[in-house]
Design a protein around this ligand. Structure first.
Ligand SMILES: [Zn+2]
Length: 116
């Protein structure tokens, strides 16, 4: 349940932005993270709705940009995007693959605000 700490740091970022460019309310937040980062969007949404009460971000809509899993296969010499990471190449079945995407940490990409 690390979603709670993610939400707390997210709310800190929102406050920090507000101190630099004042606004009354955040309308929506676009968050990005890798599919393999073990973040549950529903748990995140729930933690957010509880923790954001009384802050500028209360009632803001969370949107998610979930980055796909990408691997580079040393045998095929190309990058592929399998739905899951199994440790093997979905094209040739080889195991000489490098995980190149899908483990990105959560980031705030965009914030729409009201009352600038
Ligand atoms: Zn391959």
């Amino acid at each position: 349940m690390h979603e709670l700490s993610l939400v707390l740091s997210l709310l800190e970022i929102v406050e920090e932005q507000a101190s630099r460019a004042p606004f009354e309310k955040a309308d929506s937040l676009l968050l990005s993270f890798g599919r393999l980062s073990c973040i549950d969007p529903q748990a995140l949404q729930f933690a957010f709705s509880v923790q954001a009460r009384g802050t500028r971000a209360e009632g803001a809509v969370l949107r998610f940009d979930i980055r796909p899993v990408t691997i580079y296969c040393l045998h095929c010499e190309k990058e592929l995007s399998p739905p899951f990471f199994t440790g093997a190449c979905p094209a040739c079945g080889g195991v000489e693959v490098v995980l190149t995407g899908g483990t990105e940490e959560m980031k705030l990409i965009e914030m729409e605000v009201d009352g600038c």
